[in-house]
Design a protein around this ligand. Sequence first.
Ligand code: NAD
Length: 248
Amino acid sequence: MKLKDQIALITGGSRGIGRATALMFAQEGADIAFCHLNDDAKAEETAAEIRALGRRAMHASVDVSDIAAGKAFADRVAAEFGPIDILFNNAGMNIRKPFEAYTEDEFDRIMAVHVKGMFFMAQAVYPAMVARGRGCIINVASQRGLKGAVNAAPYSAAKAAIIGFTRSLSWEAAPKGVRVNAVAPGPVVTDLTATMTDQDRQAFIDALPAGRFGRPEEIAATALLLAGPEGGFFVGATLSPNGGDVMH
Ligand code: NAD
């Protein structure tokens, strides 16, 4: 087992990429605490699957853009489960529209969930990781933060910011034993992409060398590589399983 008896905190773990990662980490021996946003039924299903794998699970509805609530959840996880070894900073959402149509509130919401939320969730777990001299933080960016896309200006800006944040924090964290990396998935079949129009989805697939969207488990496998024993030399990296959408 690659994560035996480690404690992982996953934001946005009720469904999609977060859920697949929670299950893969649990399969590898980790106990899983996750938050979600008003998604209790799916969260309970995910928690039951984690427990069926013989690992502890806890979850709560916590909006990661609420810094105090995120910190309180991280503190609760540490108190109930023990010191957090891995943060999978994954919670996210999107609002799709042309650049000129975004309101200030929509811009602020996208930035608050992705940039502010990921930044302060990392800050919530970081001091204890530094004190132990070990820890792993994985921030979920997107191929849109590398290449951009139509109808996604604030989201792409937020995801590019996540990559910059990941690199910057790595400079401070790596000497203290905390590895920080990013995963920048291409399009994946989840509720998030279910809101795309059929036309947009088909255009996306037609332009992808892989000719298909990814599966959440394919992103979870990248997270496991970064979190597990084989990932020790990744520092400030952005790994991008993206079906060939961005080649670098
Ligand atoms: P999803 O909609 O299936 O799941 C999102 C999860 O985040 C859910 O658990 C939801 O409850 C939670 N969440 C949403 N807003 C939250 C908030 N404010 N506070 C706490 N939890 C919140 O989406 P997904 O596709 O699994 O996306 C997960 C991450 O992957 C996101 O950061 C997303 O931007 C990123 N991503 C997704 C794709 C894709 O194609 N699906 C591609 C690149 C990056």
